[in-house]
Design a protein around this ligand. Structure first.
Ligand SMILES: Nc1ncnc2c1ncn2[C@@H]1O[C@H](COP(=O)(O)OP(=O)(O)OP(=O)(O)O)[C@@H](O)[C@H]1O
Ligand SMILES: [Mg+2]
Length: 246
């Protein structure tokens, strides 16, 4: 079974040909880091997985179901199995931390108040924030807000977790902390994980498999050491610009 799979996917916006033939698959439970420059189409790829966008050509599969062929109403049960930490990861500022994490659980329904409380406490524990449920998001640091957003993302026990630039806007210490948290959550939850980032430090910490997106295609797909050996000028320039090869 696949976590997700792109087959010859193309996506344009007007004359802007963003994805020109993407072939990429992740086995269930695998962790894939997509690296690429700003505007290369990383967020578009995640939106194709969640069915928020449809490809012009090619096919996108999630848990072996073809989301690119689904009607909006059929996407609802698939989306429940996919958690997404959005670029920016906005919290509801009028709700407490507890209610933010409880939100998707209440929305889905079918759980008692005790079950919701237990689930929220567990997920806040998973991100290292136990006991802060009563706080307001405005009282938290940027790194803590990110972790609350992450607790909300994993509240539904998703089979697939997508992270869009999880370290953007954080100082280096908090960026490192979030990166380690993502790695530990993957080890614990074993959800198929896809991280898109242009933060090479985050990519190195999370590790696993790397896909380099450039010019609308996946240029390299493999462990970081393969990528670093690969002599594509563009990739070397990118890695150099984003913190250098070691
Ligand atoms: N809904 C849309 N309508 C029109 N153009 C779009 C839309 N979504 C994305 N694009 C364009 O597609 C290209 C890729 O966008 P995308 O957001 O995927 O980039 P990215 O790789 O995530 O960049 P960043 O690292 O800055 O987040 C950009 O040129 C963007 O302007
Ligand atoms: Mg983006």
């Amino acid at each position: 079974m696949h976590g997700f799979r792109f087959v010859e996917v193309q996506k344009s916006f007007g004359s802007n040909r963003v994805l020109r033939g993407i072939d990429l698959e992740a086995a269930q439970g695998e962790c894939v880091v997509i690296i690429g420059g700003s505007g290369s189409g990383k967020s578009v790829m995640l939106k194709l997985i969640t069915g928020l966008l449809a490809p012009d050509r090619g096919r996108v599969f999630v848990l072996d179901a073809e989301v690119s062929a689904m009607r909006e109403e059929d996407l609802v049960p698939v989306r429940r199995r996919v958690g997404m930490l959005f670029q920016g990861g906005a919290l509801f500022d009028s709700l407490s931390v507890f209610e933010n994490v409880a939100f998707p659980l209440r929305e889905q329904g079918g759980r008692s108040e005790a079950e919701i409380r237990a689930a929220v406490e567990e997920k806040l524990g998973d991100v290292g924030l136990e006991g802060i449920g009563d706080r307001a998001p405005s009282e938290l640091s940027g790194g803590m807000r990110k972790r609350v957003a992450l607790a909300r993302t994993i509240a539904m026990n998703p089979d697939i977790i997508l992270y869009d630039e999880p370290t953007t806007g954080l100082d280096p210490a908090n960026a490192k902390r979030i990166s380690l948290l993502i790695k530990n959550l993957h080890a614990k939850l074993r959800a198929t994980t896809c991280i898109v980032t242009h933060d090479m430090e985050c990519a190195r910490i999370v590790g696993g498999r790397f896909a380099f997106l450039s010019g609308g295609r996946i240029l390299v797909d493999g462990p970081l050491r393969d990528i670093e050996k690969y002599d594509a000028g563009e990739l070397r320039a990118f890695l150099g610009a984003e913190g250098g090869l070691e």
